[in-house]
Design a protein around this ligand. Sequence first.
Ligand code: N01
Length: 498
Amino acid sequence: MSNRKNPSVVIIGAGMTGIALVVKLREAGITNITLLEKATDIGGTWRENRYPGVACDVPSHAYTYSFEPWPEWDKFLADGSQIHEYFKMVWKKYGVDKVTKLGQLVTSCSFDDNSQQWTIKTQAGDAYTADLLFSATGILHKPAFPNIPGLDSFAGITMHSALWDDSVEFKNKKIGVIGVGSSAVQLIPELIDMPGTDVTVFQRTPQWLVELKNKDYSTKDKAAFRADAGKMARVKKFALGIYQLGTTALTGDSLKDRLMHRLFAWNAKRYLEKSIADPVLREKLTPKYKFGCKRVVMNSTFYPAIQKPNAHLVTEGIEKITPQGIVTKDGKTHALDILVLATGFDPAAFMRPMNFTGRNGLSIDKAWETKIQAYRSLMIPEFPNFFLMLGPNSPIGNYSVIDMSEIQAEYCIKVIQRWQQGGLDVIEVKPEAVAQWRELLKSKMGHTVWKSGCQSWYLDADGDPLTWPDKWASWVKMMREVDFSVFKPGQATEKKAA
Ligand code: N01
């Protein structure tokens, strides 16, 4: 039976969220923790995304844990490799490494109704039991491959932006890149600047770009951050303040919100107009959908790069891929040596493809048959004592994901503490709670810009946003308050009532 006083906890995924969870759970006195990581290194998205130019478009001082501000950032927008170093530093400094088991790819998690515990099995043949289970596997971790005829027939090298092969030599090569999303716009300028390359970008849909310039932090800047932690806090507050205005502009429907949206849209249009000299190229790069409908791309290197002589933007549409390269719908063959797929991720995978089963062997695929959903993004009926970190309708894509993870962790801890004190027999929400949650989402999503008629990874199969359809502030307010009436009473309480 589960041990409430000193519960055993398994967390899957030693990325940014998994590390934060260990730190926060320990602060709350929960110490019997095992952190399972599939890879031989920690760091999640920042371990996996190693393409040239990979960086975070959230300013570095805003992309740090609240409990570990860091004056050593080299840039205003940190490189992926330094973010990875930061997480490794925190992982060691807070002793999270002591409870981490690397090389443990979880293949199945199942809940046992009798013992009220989870059994977690890994590909390496190990098994763990846990009173409480967290999935911290991240959102955008499963690369999406385009369904283009002939993709496998390409005779050159093919690689996805999130599965980068560092051994490949790009010098003097003809490179094709499919996609112009946030990954592509960071990657393409780097490829264009490599010696002797010729880079063709295949764009299906243009993106709205917001100019976001990077800058190096000097030794003097870092010393100033070291001397005054308040300076880091002010940079963070300012940066996240702008992001909050962004969420207002994308989701709000007051006059002020709509004016804010117009201001952002005007700014993006002005950036395009002042950056792209050739009217034909400018027209090709001009989106026909509302600003922010797709995830806004923040960058300052793509527009200058795409105008260089060794860069080409192709918008004709891809017909097929052959051993030689890409054939576009106008019948032209674009001969290539290397094909880069900057085609994004499956945002609805969550913990899958794990074999994940709750009460009575109910699989997560079955539970999500009609809709991918979780109460407050975190809890699913029939999956007791389980938390899905950064689950569906978390406010992803428009804010610092670190703050999000910390707030979700704090919410989970409040629920766990109530369970530890005997206020809940089991941590399991009633199905009605999910229905009410759905209604809340529905009441908000109608006026978001994501429902304004474009294709984006924000939308689920029904065309509903998979992200929180309201302002950041409203999400924070909601997550600070736990409504305990949504939980199932559990057997002991039912017996008492009887
Ligand atoms: O992926 P995307 P991403 N034929 O899905 C195109 C985060 N991120 O990896 O728009 C032709 O945005 C697709 O075209 P279309 C961030 O949240 C953060 O770039 O569907 N093209 C699009 O152009 C981001 O939003 C950072 O018509 C095809 C591109 O591929 C998220 O990750 C950095 C195609 C995919 O764009 C995903 O970004 C990088 C096909 N069959 C990423 N299939 C930070 O800095 C797809 N495309 C924090």
